[in-house]
Write a protein that binds this ligand. Structure first.
Ligand code: ZN
Ligand code: ZN
Ligand code: ZN
Length: 455
């Protein structure tokens, strides 16, 4: 039941003489739950004469602001914008696999792998495994040992796919929480070392120096981080081998999918990163987990390019909140016990704050990234030559919207290079008031979550 305050707000918006314009702005945000308010103007000036041809100002807009999509990638914050991000990421990944967006179609003939690099174990957790369509017992062991905390390290349950215990330790007191958050924090460095080792291995296998390798082939990749339910990240990556000029040039004859797969396996097992020792914690050498999945991406094969692009794009919009933590920063002064999170996540977060006080680990900025369980890397990244960029894809859409605005008569049509466009924008807030949120929901189905969104 909406509050009287919200209803009053809704009625006053409906009676506002600018209602139609407000509604049209809301529609144009594409269902964004927390649109950003911009104040400013755009001037179109004739370069030859200095004459002002056209001025758009938000002064005439409802509330004096333009509402634009928040463009978040996080589905938990704004499903509509996250969907746009997902679709853009899909296009980007797909272009690197089959061409398009400036990448030639011949790229399909380049060796290309879909690789999953996992985290090692930090203790037994409840899991759901299937074999031939049947769910297996979680951790069935006939002679299961009892841990120092008196817990039998066995679980014979066949867990359902939505059970909350999945990913939780059999014994939280035995679980290596420090190892888990340190792995998350150091995984971007481990990934970086992996890519270097991969190039080294490729060069050695082909009998080349590093420099000679660069003259013959380029390794391109696009990767995404996924949180497993136990709260550690692992990476899914498309790794492709091109000729020296990237996707436009054919790879040399020695650069086969098998050669690439061999180098991936070698590099994954060879690299390590060391977390320094601190009081109560020994130094630890962190490596990738034993589970390494390397598959060839082939047109019409078992693993298709659509499947890979869809998979990566899906994970690009998910984050740590999927494993029961929060999707925003946690203040060290917050009462952790009062946060609405899973106990396992709470202990991982507490570990970030505990380790964060040690000077040796200050670089990892664990307290700032406690809500991400220590991971501070980018969710989706790609090497420069993989394919197009998200920025270019967005630019294309903006261009499309502008063309639309011109054809519907809101902007005069003019020659691109004779007109100077000067835009000045300032941030003027975000989100909807309670009443506006009700109306927006009626207009375009914006979910009513987070009604306190107006800031
Ligand atoms: Zn949004
Ligand atoms: Zn279990
Ligand atoms: Zn124990």
């Amino acid at each position: 039941m909406p509050s009287p305050h919200a209803v009053a707000g809704m009625i006053s918006r409906l009676n506002d003489p600018h209602y139609a314009r407000w509604a049209s702005q809301v529609r144009r945000t594409g269902g964004c739950r927390q649109p950003i308010h911009l104040r400013g103007r755009v001037d179109h000036i004739d370069q030859a004469t200095g004459e002002l041809i056209h001025r758009y100002s938000t002064r005439t807009e409802p509330g004096g602001v333009l509402r634009v999509p928040c463009k978040t990638r996080r589905a938990s914050r704004c499903p509509a914008c996250a969907e746009t991000y997902r679709a853009d990421t899909y296009q980007l990944i797909r272009a690197g696999l089959i061409g398009g967006k400036g990448v030639p179609e011949t790229v399909t003939a380049h060796p290309c792998l879909f690789v999953t690099l996992t985290a090692p174990s930090f203790g037994s957790v409840h899991t759901r495994r299937e074999k031939n369509g049947k769910v297996l017992p979680c951790h069935a062991r006939r002679d299961a040992p009892t841990c120092p905390h008196g817990r039998v390290m066995s679980c014979t349950a066949r867990h359902g796919s939505e059970e909350t215990c999945l990913g939780e330790p059999l014994c939280p007191d035995c679980y290596d929480y420090a190892g888990s958050v340190l792995f998350n924090a150091l995984s971007p460095e481990l990934w970086r070392r992996f890519t270097l080792a991969l190039r080294r291995r490729l060069a050695r296998a082909a009998g080349l120096t590093q420099r000679e390798l660069r003259e013959q082939a380029v390794v391109s990749f696009a990767k995404v981080a996924e949180y497993q339910r136990r709260g550690v990240v692992h990476f899914h990556a498309v790794i492709r081998l091109d000729g020296p000029d990237g996707p436009t040039s054919p790879p040399p004859a020695w650069a086969t999918a098998d050669a690439l797969a061999d180098a991936v396996r070698h590099a994954a097992s060879a690299v390590a990163v060391t977390a320094p020792a601190v009081t109560d914690e020994p130094a630890r050498v962190l490596r990738w987990g034993a589970q390494l999945d390397v598959r060839s991406i082939t047109m019409g094969g078992e693993l298709t390019e659509q499947a890979v692009a869809a998979y990566i794009a899906k994970y690009a919009t998910k984050a740590a909140e999927c494993v029961g933590t929060l999707d925003r920063r946690i203040n060290p002064l917050d009462d952790l016990a009062a946060l609405p999170i899973r106990e396992h996540a709470r202990r991982l977060i507490a570990e970030c704050f505990r380790l964060g006080v040690f000077a040796e680990l200050a670089d990892l900025r664990l307290p700032q990234w406690a809500h991400m369980l220590g991971f501070r890397g980018h969710f989706s990244t790609k090497s420069r030559r993989y394919s197009t960029t998200l920025g270019d894809i967005r630019e294309e859409r903006t261009e499309h919207m502008r063309t639309e605005a011109v054809s519907t008569g809101r902007l005069p049509l003019f020659e691109e290079d004779t007109v100077l466009v000067i835009a000045e924008w300032e941030y003027a807030g975000q989100g909807y008031s309670l009443g506006d949120a009700l109306l927006a929901a009626a207009l375009i189905g914006v979910p009513l979550a987070d009604p306190g969104g107006q800031r």
